[in-house]
Design a protein around this ligand. Sequence first.
Ligand code: 5GP
Ligand code: ZN
Length: 112
Amino acid sequence: MDCLFCKIIAGEIPSSKVYEDDMCLAFNDIAPQAPTHILFIPKVHIGSCGEVTPDNSKYVSHIFEKISEVAAQKGLTDGFRVVSNCGVSAGQTVPHLHFHVMAGREFTWPAG
Ligand code: 5GP
Ligand code: ZN
């Protein structure tokens, strides 16, 4: 499959790794939108939040456990934002489920 994030998981495209285990990978976004901007992705290809099912939702819960751990390790005590764009209209540009974790500046709401 011609998927950018599957290629990053396979090591075919380099990334700045923040965390990795058998279920997920976290790496720094190549175009950071905040001083901290980390992407968390499952190590199986799930297209977006719209493709989460009872069979694969364990990857999502696992990723959120790791987001919590990494946020604590990085001392993101002032708060952080977790975003997952689902579909082109929502701004998704890479069709492999990912969670943006951003911190280090003020954020507005509603976003965009
Ligand atoms: P989306 O727009 O789908 O919500 O998020 C995709 C994110 O992937 C964007 O923030 C973009 O900067 C990031 N990105 C795209 N290509 C690469 C890459 O090759 N390496 C890394 N580290 N991030 C990438
Ligand atoms: Zn993929």
